[in-house]
Design a protein. Sequence first.
Length: 431
Amino acid sequence: MPRRRWLVPLVVLVLCWVGWAYPAAADTGAVLRTRITGPITPVVADHLADGVREAEHGGYRAYLVELDTPGGLDTSMRSIIQSFLAAQVPVIVYVSPAGARAASAGALITFSAHIAAMAPGTTIGASTPVDLQGGKISDKVINDAAAFARTVATQRGRNVEFAEQTVREGRAVTADEALKLGAVDLVAGDRGELLSTLDGRSVVLADGRTVVLRTRGVPVVDRGLGALRSVLQLLADPNLAFLFLSLGTLALLYELASPGHLVSGIVGVIMLVLGFVALSVLPINTGGVILVLVGLALLVAELYAPGTAVFALTGAGCLLAGGLLLFQGPFRLSLAVLLPTVLVVAAGAVVAGRLTWAARHRPVLTGPSLLVGREVTVRRTDDGRGRVMLEGAWWNARRRDGELRVGQRVRVVAMENLDLVVEPAEEAPDE
């Protein structure tokens, strides 16, 4: 009993301290905005989830997402939708500018917002799942996606039938058609018109609270991806991933063919690392990855069996087939990138193989006999012995009689125990 007497005041004190240390977010009178252009990837999902949290804790009146996407990963889409459905701040998705689209995953993300808006000249829909392995989509997957679309549309009071049609039939409509169907809430020409039109509207948050939007003339705070996420999102491009892997291997081939330059080797390693980082944020086909790796290995093998170009041609075939299978759907590799890259890398492997063969069969161009008779300048001296630079290497030099001076011009007359025996050039006997 006595223990309870001091326990209750202690709890009250702690609660008061927590309330002082972590006060409720004050209304900033602003709207937090982010722009998403390109595929829906894990990078985008993390960015939007962080944006929801920042809008909640930063006291923003709404979180505005301006969207233009061809679609993306199902897992990333579901993660974003979960964040939007659970948001404690009004979320507005605005498909813009004119010519933009909210296709595939982008359509369901738009449906999941408290307010779904589109600019004139934009489209939405075509949410049929795509099999990343290149096969036919099973009814099980279609049914699951359709049920999810119905759930999202029901949650936000949108046209459930149309949401399901975007999945089962791949239906897509214009902004005006989407408005008539009840798939979106309004069509606005620009951001200013959007925020002015929304002023006074009410939305219900996840906790049941009704919030009246006050967005007319409010400042808009931009929230970018940040340096790291911008790089990762840039790398989430199948064309860049394939280029990095292919050209990185080609750079390493030239380093192996003519070692010592280092530049091509360093560039090759960096490009390969970037290529594998890109693969880590992209949906990939396992068979395509294996074919690409086998193709690259065969191109390297061309260095060790040059002449017939069999390894290079086989590697090019594997690289081409792997590139076609590597990515599917909105991440499909462009043929305008795939074909030239394969040709360049295959030709480069053949050339590197020939260079390696030529280097192995080139007559030896170094040795004592080739150094004798060469004239050099003494660069440094120590106790009468000198140091000279010859054929890109430092050599110890000495006279059989006499000492050497810095700047003295000498001629090599012999080599003994890896030391150059020299005489002053004007005194050296004719060879």
